[in-house]
Design a protein around this ligand. Structure first.
Ligand code: SF4
Length: 485
C-alpha cells in the first residue's frame, strides 16, 4: 500500500473519489493497485509499462466470513432453544457472519426467550423474515417443520437439517421426512440421533459449563428446599411431561423407596398438574418443584443423583450437565448415555417403576459410583464443553461451504466494462448521491454474488466489476436487478 500511496493521492485528487483509498487498502485489490499506478503515470505524463506479473483474475481464495442463518419453527423453553443459545450466540464473528435467527411459526414464540436472542443477534418472525434470511445466507441451518415451499432456494445454498431426535421419535421422523426435499446436508447431534444417511455428519452437542456451577453452598440450597443432610435427593431437570420423560413412572418408583429418598423437579411442562396430583398422593412431603430456570447450578450441586427416564433422546443435554456438575446419574440408554454408557448407571426400561426403584438403590450402594462419575466429568470437560461444540460447528460450516463465486472471463468483463462506460459517457457522466451509492452497496454487501473478501460482483450472473467504483455511476446497473431504482 505504501509504495502506491503517492499514486493513490494523485488519482483521488483527480477523481475526487475517496472510496479508492478504502478499496486500495484491501490486500486482495491487486488489480486496483495496477490501475492506480497506470492512471497516476498517465496523469504525470509518464509512460507506464504493465508489470510482467499477471493481475490475478479467477477464483478468489476463501478468506471471508461465511454467512450463516438459523431457521427454527419455534422459540420456547426446551433443549433446542438451549442448543441455539450455545451455538448462535457464540459463533466466532471473525469466521462466521451470522445473518440471523428466524422463527417460522409466530404462534410458537415465547416473548422473553425471543427478546433474549433479539438483544444479541438479528432476529425475525414469519415468512418475510425467512425469505430475507435465505436470500442473504450461504448456509441455512434448520430443524423442525420449516416450510420451504414459498421460497426459491439458490442452487449454491447449503441447507443443513439437524436431527435432534432419535429413531424412536415418531414426531422426529416426520419432521425429517418433511425437510428432506430441501436439505442438502444432515447433521446428527449424536451417533444415535436420526437423520438420513446421505451427506450425514455427526456434530455432538456441548454443555455451557458456566451454567452448571453453583452460586450458593450445597448446605444452603438443600436447607432452602427443605432437604436434610441425610436425604437422598434425586433430581430431574427438564420438561415436566409424562409422554417422553416418564415422570409418572419416576414418582411411582419414588413411592417404592424409603422416606430418605426425595424428588427434586426443575422445569415447566404441560403435565405438571397431573404429576403434582400423583406426587401429592404417592410421595406427600417428599418432593419439591422449582420452575424453569437457566441457573441450574445450585440444584445440580444440591442433589445426590440426576435422572433421565426417556425412551427417546437425540442427545439429552441434561445428561452432560449432570456429569459436568459431578452428579452421579441414572439414565435410560438414549442419546449421550447410549454413546457413553460407562459414565452412567443404566436402567433399561423407562416404563418399569420397580426396575427404576431398584436401580436407584443399586446406585447408592455402588462404591464405584463416584469414580464412574469423575470419569464422565473429565470426558465432558475435555470434549463436550460449549467451546468445543461451537468449534465443531465452525469447522463443519467450513467443510460444507459453497465454493467462492468465480469472476467472469476477461472477455465478458471487457464487454461489460465497455458497455457501461459508453452508457455513462452518453448520459453525461451522471453520479449518484452518497446515499444512493450507499443503498446500492448495502445490497451488494449481503449478496451471494459478491466475491467473498472482495468488493467485486461475480458468480453465475456477475459482471466482475469493482462494486465500490461502479455503484456511484448513475447509469450502471446490477446484473441481477437487485439495486434500488
Ligand atoms: S451488483 Fe447486484 S449481483 Fe452484483 S454483487 Fe451487487 S447486488 Fe449482487
Amino acid at each position: 500500500m505504501n509504495d502506491i500511496a503517492a499514486d493513490l493521492d494523485l488519482v483521488i485528487a483527480k477523481t475526487r473519489h475517496e472510496r479508492f483509498r478504502e478499496l486500495a487498502a484491501d490486500p486482495l485489490a491487486t488489480g486496483l493497485h495496477e490501475w492506480i499506478r497506470s492512471e497516476a503515470a498517465k496523469l504525470r505524463g509518464e509512460g507506464y509499462s504493465s508489470p510482467s506479473k499477471e493481475i490475478a483474475i479467477g477464483r478468489v481464495p476463501r478468506d471471508h466470513r461465511l454467512r450463516v442463518g438459523f431457521l427454527t419453527p419455534c422459540l420456547l423453553k426446551g433443549g433446542t432453544e438451549e442448543w441455539h443459545r450455545q451455538l448462535v450466540l457464540n459463533l466466532d464473528p471473525r469466521k462466521i457472519a451470522l445473518t440471523g435467527l428466524v422463527v417460522t411459526q409466530p404462534a410458537d414464540v415465547e416473548r422473553d426467550v425471543y427478546q433474549e436472542f433479539a438483544s444479541k443477534v438479528p432476529t425475525g418472525i414469519g415468512p418475510e423474515a425467512a425469505k430475507a434470511l435465505i436470500d442473504t445466507s450461504e448456509i441455512i441451518v434448520t430443524w423442525g417443520a420449516a416450510d420451504f415451499s414459498p421460497f426459491k432456494l439458490r442452487s449454491d445454498l447449503r441447507v443443513v437439517g439437524v436431527g435432534h431426535g432419535d429413531s424412536q421419535s415418531v414426531w422426529g421422523r416426520k419432521v425429517i421426512a418433511a425437510l428432506a426435499p430441501h436439505v442438502t446436508h444432515w447433521v446428527a447431534v449424536s451417533e444415535s440421533a436420526y437423520t438420513p444417511e446421505t451427506n450425514r455428519s455427526v456434530v455432538p452437542n456441548g454443555c455451557d459449563l458456566s451454567r452448571v456451577k453453583a452460586a450458593r453452598s450445597r448446605a444452603d440450597v438443600r436447607s432452602e428446599l427443605g432437604f436434610t443432610d441425610k436425604d437422598r435427593v434425586i433430581l430431574h431437570v427438564g420438561r415436566l411431561v409424562n409422554c417422553d420423560k416418564h415422570l409418572d413412572v419416576l414418582v411411582e418408583s419414588m413411592a417404592l423407596l424409603d422416606p430418605r429418598y426425595k424428588l427434586l423437579l426443575v422445569g415447566d411442562g404441560n403435565d405438571w398438574p397431573e404429576i403434582l396430583a400423583l406426587a401429592e398422593t404417592k410421595i406427600p412431603g417428599r418432593f419439591v418443584r422449582v420452575p424453569f430456570t437457566l441457573a441450574i447450578g445450585d440444584y445440580l450441586h444440591a442433589a445426590d443423583d440426576g435422572i433421565l427416564l426417556s425412551h427417546s433422546e437425540g442427545f439429552g443435554l441434561v445428561l452432560v450437565e449432570y456429569l459436568a456438575a459431578g452428579l452421579p446419574t441414572i439414565s435410560t440408554p438414549v442419546g449421550f448415555a447410549k454413546s457413553h454408557p460407562e459414565c452412567f448407571r443404566i436402567v433399561e426400561s423407562a416404563g418399569n417403576h420397580q426396575a427404576v426403584a431398584s436401580t436407584i438403590i443399586k446406585d447408592f450402594d455402588d462404591p464405584d459410583r463416584l469414580t464412574r462419575t469423575e470419569a464422565g466429568t473429565e470426558l465432558v470437560s475435555r470434549e463436550y464443553s460449549s467451546e468445543a461444540f461451537v468449534m465443531r460447528w465452525e469447522d463443519y460450516f467450513q467443510s460444507i461451504a459453497p465454493p467462492p463465486p468465480a469472476l467472469p472471463s476477461r472477455w465478458e468483463m471487457a464487454k461489460s466494462l465497455v458497455k457501461s462506460v459508453a452508457a455513462q459517457i452518453a448520459a453525461g457522466n451522471p453520479l449518484c448521491t452518497d446515499e444512493e451509492t450507499d443503498a446500492r452497496l448495502a445490497v451488494c454487501e449481503v449478496c451471494p454474488q459478491r466475491i467473498p473478501g472482495d468488493w467485486r460482483c461475480g458468480g453465475v450472473t456477475g459482471c466482475g466489476c469493482w462494486l465500490r467504483e461502479k455503484a456511484p455511476l448513475k447509469t450502471s446497473q446490477c446484473p441481477s436487478g437487485k439495486w434500488p431504482l
